[in-house]
Write a protein that binds this ligand. Structure first.
Ligand code: AMP
Length: 120
């Protein structure tokens, strides 16, 4: 799947639409999810143009991967959930119910999150 330069997170990275930023490093940006599913719900995105975990894991440089993974850990510590616990989640593609085609990791916390997946 080709990267869509006009997806909502690309527009946030270009500063065309605002976000509630909580963290930034050379390779990643983190901001509050607009529709939070937990008391803490933050998205961490790479600054590079990657559609998904599949794309990022295959094509990102080692520096980008390190910068991104460090950002996820730094955000969780900054937000005070490293001690209490948190969940990270990355949806990929149709079966993963990915809505925004720019790779992102969700960080959820500040409540007991329950079972890993809903029963259906
Ligand atoms: P996913 O289903 O993993 O692609 O999740 C996309 C997430 O992006 C959802 O949790 C949305 O609430 C969130 N989202 C969509 N637009 C924005 C925005 N402008 N700012 C912050 N979060 C957003």
């Amino acid at each position: 799947m080709a990267y869509d330069q006009n997806n909502i997170f690309a527009r946030i990275l270009r500063g065309e639409i605002p976000c509630k930023k909580v963290f930034e490093n050379e390779h990643a940006l983190a901001f509050h999810d607009i529709n939070p599913q937990a008391p803490l719900h933050i998205l961490v995105i790479p600054k590079g143009a990657y559609v998904s975990m599949d794309d990022f894991s295959e094509k990102a440089s080692a520096a980008e991967i390190v910068g991104f993974v460090r950002a996820v850990g730094d955000v969780a510590r900054d937000q005070g959930v490293a001690e209490t616990g948190y969940r990270i989640l990355a949806n990929h593609g149709h079966d993963g119910h990915q809505e925004v085609p720019h790779f992102h990791v969700h960080i959820f916390g500040k409540k007991r999150l329950g079972a890993m997946l809903p029963k259906d």
